[in-house]
Design a protein around this ligand. Structure first.
Ligand code: FEO
Length: 172
């Protein structure tokens, strides 16, 4: 496969793996702070990021490249509050979108239309993930310091995590 495309695909593998670890750290924080629905949502999201990584690994290998499995830095253990968690999540996803857009650009520059076609799945996925993160952040801002609102919000996130899991079915 084209070496420049292979290199950026491997960079993307690292970013998806880091996303999975980052959201796993957030899930663990939420779980130990009594936000079990939020934790469930974030554990599911972490699994989805691992799936994004695996999909890239398999694509690179199937096309004759070599997928590089990265070592990862330790994500944060502590977060200020739930708003901080989802603010960081949104910022992280904006960074991932920028790197996917760069990947699309390089595919076009190198006339690698097969990879370009493959990457379109990630372009759509990023749109959905950014929209979801913004919606959740808006809700958190509405809730403010209302404890009852936070309880209901946490319960709703658990429901949406279960629905996402059921919709995804067995992955990879
Ligand atoms: Fe795979 Fe959330 O980016």
């Amino acid at each position: 496969m084209n070496k420049r495309v292979e290199a950026v695909l491997n960079e993307q593998i690292e970013k998806e793996a880091s996303s999975s670890q980052f959201y796993l750290a957030m899930a663990s924080w939420a779980e130990s702070n009594g936000l079990n629905g939020t934790a469930k949502f974030l554990y599911t999201h972490s699994d989805e990021e691992r799936f994004h990584m695996l999909k890239l690994v398999k694509f690179v290998n199937e096309r004759g490249g070599v997928a590089v499995i990265p070592g990862l830095s330790t994500p944060p253990k502590e977060f200020e509050n739930i708003e901080n968690v989802f603010q960081l999540l949104l910022e992280h996803e904006l960074g991932v979108t920028a790197s996917i857009n760069n990947l699309v650009d390089i595919c076009l520059q190198e006339k690698d239309y097969t990879t370009h076609n493959f990457v379109q799945w990630y372009v759509s996925e990023q749109l959905e993930e950014e929209a979801l993160a913004r919606t959740i952040l808006d809700k958190i801002k509405l809730i403010g310091s209302d404890k009852g609102g936070l309880y209901l919000f946490d319960r709703d996130l658990e429901t949406s995590a279960i629905q996402a899991q059921n919709a995804a079915g067995p992955q990879a």
